[in-house]
Design a protein around this ligand. Sequence first.
Ligand SMILES: Nc1ncnc2c1ncn2[C@@H]1O[C@H](COP(=O)(O)OS(=O)(=O)O)[C@@H](OP(=O)(O)O)[C@H]1O
Length: 398
Amino acid sequence: FCSTPYSSCCLSARSLVSGASPGAMPKNMAFIIGAQKSGTTFLFDELIRRHPNIRAQQVEVDGKNRTIKEPQFFSFPARRQEQFDEYLKHFSRSGDPQDESLTFLDASPNYMYYPSAACGVATVFPDARIIAVLRDPVQRAFSQWNMERIRRDDKIPVVQTEQQEGIVSDIDRTSRGFDDMVARELQYIRSKQCSFEASASPTLESSRKNLGFFSGSSATPEAKAKDSNQELDSNVWPSWNDCFPCMFQCGIFNHSSSNDSSSQLQHIKTRELCARHPAAGLVRRGLYVHQLKWWLQHFKPEQLLVISHKEMYEDPDIIIEKVMDFLKLDPQKRKRNKKVAEDSGWSLPKPKNLIKMYSRVLTELYQYYQQPNKELYRLLATLPNNGWKNTFPESSQD
Ligand SMILES: Nc1ncnc2c1ncn2[C@@H]1O[C@H](COP(=O)(O)OS(=O)(=O)O)[C@@H](OP(=O)(O)O)[C@H]1O
């Protein structure tokens, strides 16, 4: 897997496993990989609260133990051994990693979006169970933008690590309008033939050439024939990793101790890419089908559970039970009929006039996502653990 020029990046996790002390590697790992702003905090909180065998990282802050939802270790492939040892150590503070009855949970919603995370997790924890919560991508984008707007308005600094890693570009920090950010991002991904739109109708070959990262790859004759028939088969699209390797390239070579000139060259190329890269990904984070296909290149379908944000919102008990079944958590120990904790999850206020103000771009986004959503439903229908039969709304009125 990971047969791209960036495979060294994907596989950089391999040595971590041999470097780690065998007793420190958890027997059971589970990941909530996203999507960001889809209720991942709520799901994490409830799982921890409702089952004693779900364990998360614990760190000591001011003499008190704090549970960490988002370790983010696999968000960046600058994976040095001491960082990995620390990642494991924080899990072992909550339980014996060798205890087979325990499942250790990392709920970092960026993972679904960053191609390198799939590679890293698969390399280090090939038997992991993966959970994705999916929300109407338009509402998701708006929620993300709203969060970033409030952070800026409140002058809450952008998460420090993101700044250090160069993930947050100047564009993100200076541009405040939802419409402006969406327009910039659409322009960027269209210029890369990575908007995954029918109108772009790329052949795999032309997409890859356009991306500028590849040599020698070409579409199969079958794929080309399909493409010329305008048939929307996602085989003609580049993979998520082909399109957005920059997502995990930004900043990583800053940590590299390597002196070899090829990695320094890559570093320079990467920095150029990142400078032009509107990184918040309001639009891209909603292209779930392409992200999940990438994850499914690394994990067997039975290792993935996809759940609906809407169903989780409407009937949390059923969904949490479904997740606990998937994680094979002892039914005897489940705390059933427990009321959802009032402080579970979190929400930020969205003034109504903003939704009205951005109604045009919201409509545009609903149209934009129609095709990828259809592809998503087709993909979900093939999954053994598709916990979900709904469809997303197709307009703000739905
Ligand atoms: N029970 C339940 N079910 C479904 N959704 C819920 C639930 N509780 C909270 N929320 C909504 O989830 C949004 C925050 O998502 P995340 O926790 O994934 O955010 S984050 O990625 O960790 O920042 C956030 O969405 P917005 O309010 O639109 O911003 C929360 O309202």
